[in-house]
Design a protein around this ligand. Sequence first.
Ligand SMILES: Cc1ncc(COP(=O)(O)O)c(C=O)c1O
Length: 465
Amino acid sequence: MNLRDYTSLLAELRAAYAARSPRSAALNEQAQRVLVDGGSHTLRLTQPFPPRIAAAHGAWVTDEDGHKLLDFWQGHLANILGHNPEVVTAALSQALADGMGLQTGFTERYQVEAAELLCARTGAERVRFTTSGTLATMYAILLARAFTGRDMVLKVGGGWHGAQPWALKGIGYDRAEGYQHIETAGLPSAVCEEVVVSRFNDPEMLRDHFGQWGDRAACFIVEPFMGAGGFMPATREYIQTARELATQYGAALIFDEVIAGFRFRAGDVGALYGVRPDLATFGKIIGGGMPVAAVAGRADIMNLAGRAGGSRVKFSGGTYSGHPASMLATKTILRYLVEHEADIYPRLAALGERARAILEDAFAQEGFYARCTGGGNDALPGSSVFMLHFPHEEGHPLDAPDDVFDPAVCDVALNGDVLQLALLLEDVHVTHGHGAVSTAHTGEDLAFLDAACRNVARRLKEARG
Ligand SMILES: Cc1ncc(COP(=O)(O)O)c(C=O)c1O
């Protein structure tokens, strides 16, 4: 293993970045006095300080220092049509002009229409909206535990389902513990023991785990397309095995489609595997830029949250659940994606493939072996996402999170802060090597990415000497 030291390169990049961004720097100082680390989402608080964004449109954002940044992070992967798509902003502006209540505390028709679209496109029988993917996965697990009367939760290493109690084990790769690591202080110890972590895309391990704990398992929660854990599609065999085992052992199968839902087609991705989960969670794209998430699935499980099920599960909603403006955005984007499905998804797939090729080639040109995950497979068609990796050796399979986050396999330090800062200096924004194209990205934008990556690769080469 060749663990490189990027200390001096990072210092050089940070100094160059600080010099060109005085307003973001000043805002950061101000922010540090009142916000933990200067903001409200750890991932966004890059060092030495994040660019503070003043405006956003399509594929680009503008920071407080006036830099126009080509953005591949796209609203934390929510903006499939780019920033501020007119179809959504126009609907919101019109509705507000017509007197729509921003937050009424009542219920209205938009969420009915949004739920109809969501059910029609995912095969779910019932849906309930909430305000974040984190809450959605927490409620889905609560429902599964109540439905089965069991405690244990099976998940996969690297699977990120938000920071909620049953999802805080086995997220980040830990050199000593692999994916058995507890990610936070303060968790009840019972929760830690109730969560069993297995390896993504490893049907044999899943079989073993069900064999060992199946009659105590409330659910298996998995992303059919692994998001933060490495942007990898599950194999057909893996998803089919998951379905069979969950059915055999009487556990609920939960697909977490917070990233994948409506990203590969105007609907769920479970359908592309020919597999229906018992429950699914959605978020990001379905909000059209507003904070919306959903739990959707079998009526007999979902109804535990309602009168028909004796309201046994306290998935009763929060102040902003079913927020009218958010529900209007959801209904609007879902309808748009359904109506334009035939144009949008092939275009995204082509742009995504081009982006992945650009990233790999630009670094290869300067002698860096780079590989992108994010492509589809025989179940998932082309994909709009990418995650760049620098494996130490050619030919290593990149099928599971531990393949890409183990520093013994990939140069993890390089596609962290180093790459992000070096690209920001070229006016390109990706987060830790990963991102997505939107329909707002053009061929010209990808040429801009190409030039930026080449400059970064040259800079890295010079730094290595
Ligand atoms: C697969 C998956 N599930 C759940 C979540 C949590 O969603 P949110 O950030 O909206 O709480 C995320 C967030 O990135 C996610 O990627």
